[in-house]
Write a protein that binds this ligand. Structure first.
Ligand SMILES: Cc1cc2nc3c(=O)[nH]c(=O)nc-3n(C[C@H](O)[C@H](O)[C@H](O)COP(=O)(O)O)c2cc1C
Length: 354
């Protein structure tokens, strides 16, 4: 089920709210996402005629159940049991020749992120976030194994964005190896994939495991991948938007302030990504999320993942020990509070105490 089929299903089940009046991408859209805790499809975005944005797709258990192909009545226990059964048998991705995302291809020299309806989710945040509900695909420069994660990205220019993560994350470890060799790290960003793909990317799988295998098992169907054009990576063929590029070695920029999962402003040093090619489906649907409130959609999927033993923010072991049961049992406020201990973010660099 690609994102469009999921939106259609939510609509059929009367779980989708369509917003057909004009909404400003600057603050207003984020405010609406936070105050309407329901799946939302914005159909008229100021300055971006013809473009749409979907958010809050995994905001409650009904929607999560539907995204996994279960009945909307499925309770948490049934969702966790079924997801656990599926996760035990990985389903490898399948390489395909073509896909809808290849419909429009923009070369590196013509990329302009400002042509996408990227929201500034809050007036208290530094800027516009290209990556809030997306996947980052990289390869280990030494072993060639693939990693798929979710690491936030703030727009820094027409073809530049941050990649904010800790050195302990799997992307952080790939980047350390690339920097040791003095080389850039190739990365592909896919926005608007199936929800199972994002859920798998957010999972704390062992280093070296391919999260596309987990995504396939969660959705009970191999993820169909196409090859990128300017980097040696693969991305879901049915993504709404794909951005290929490289992370520059030895470069750090500031990301944020950004209200992360803990509901507190986080400012972190981040990697700098530069795009080399952009692809998008015709009439793309941008996918993003406004997190920071208790029970936001990031916490909803992390709660299910924690029940499967797949929660890992790559922070300190004692923070993980406290946070895992809190997110598991859906004590969202307490989970956020624990994330704010000593004002530090789990996504901060280790030397700063994460
Ligand atoms: C919506 C969302 C946003 C996230 N943002 C970040 C982020 O900005 N940086 C980060 O390191 N982890 C972030 N995470 C958590 C990681 O995705 C998670 O730790 C995952 O295990 C990372 O993949 P890895 O284990 O392959 O490194 C986010 C998770 C979700 C669901």
């Amino acid at each position: 089920m690609d994102l469009r089929a999921f939106i259609h299903l939510l609509s059929k089940e009367s779980l989708l709210r369509r917003v057909d009046r004009e909404v400003d991408w600057r603050f207003e859209l984020g405010e609406m996402a936070r105050t309407n805790q329901t799946p939302l499809l914005f159909e008229r975005i100021k300055d971006y005629p013809g473009q749409r944005l979907f958010t809050n797709g995994m905001i409650n258990l009904e929607a999560i159940g539907l995204a996994l192909g279960l009945a909307r009545e499925a309770r948490r226990r049934a969702i966790v049991k079924e997801a656990g059964r599926r996760a035990a048998v990985p389903i490898k991705p399948r390489l395909v020749e073509t896909g809808p995302v290849l419909a429009n291809v923009v070369p590196g020299s013509e990329i302009d992120f400002f042509k996408l309806p990227i929201p500034q989710w809050s007036s208290r945040e530094a800027g516009r976030y290209l990556g809030t509900w997306h996947i980052n695909v990289t390869r280990d420069p030494e072993t060639g194994s693939r990693n798929v994660g979710v690491y936030r990205m703030e727009v820094k220019g027409p073809n530049q964005a941050t990649v904010c993560t800790s050195p302990n994350s799997h992307l952080g470890r790939h980047m350390a190896k690339a920097e040791k060799a003095g080389r850039p790290l190739e990365m592909a960003v896919a926005i608007g994939t199936s929800e199972a793909v994002v859920m798998a990317a957010a999972a704390g799988c062992p280093f070296g495991a391919d999260e596309f295998d987990l995504a396939g098992s969660l959705q009970q169907e191999p993820v169909q991948l196409i090859k990128c054009g300017t980097v040696k990576l693969e991305v879901p063929a049915d993504s709404e938007i794909v951005i290929e590029g490289v992370i520059k070695p030895g470069v750090r920029v500031q990301d944020g302030p950004y209200f992360d999962y803990a509901g507190a402003p986080d400012t972190s040093p981040a990697f700098l990504f530069e795009a080399t090619r952009l692809m998008f489906r015709t009439h793309p649907i941008f996918r993003g999320t406004a997190i920071g409130l208790p029970g936001a959609e990031d916490q909803q999927i992390l709660s299910v993942l924690s029940a499967l033993g797949l929660f890992d923010f790559h922070g300190s072991w004692h923070k993980r020990l406290i946070q895992t049961p809190l997110i598991h049992y859906r004590f969202f406020r307490a989970f956020q509070f624990a994330g704010r201990i000593k004002g530090r973010s789990l996504f901060r660099r280790k030397k700063e105490g994460a």
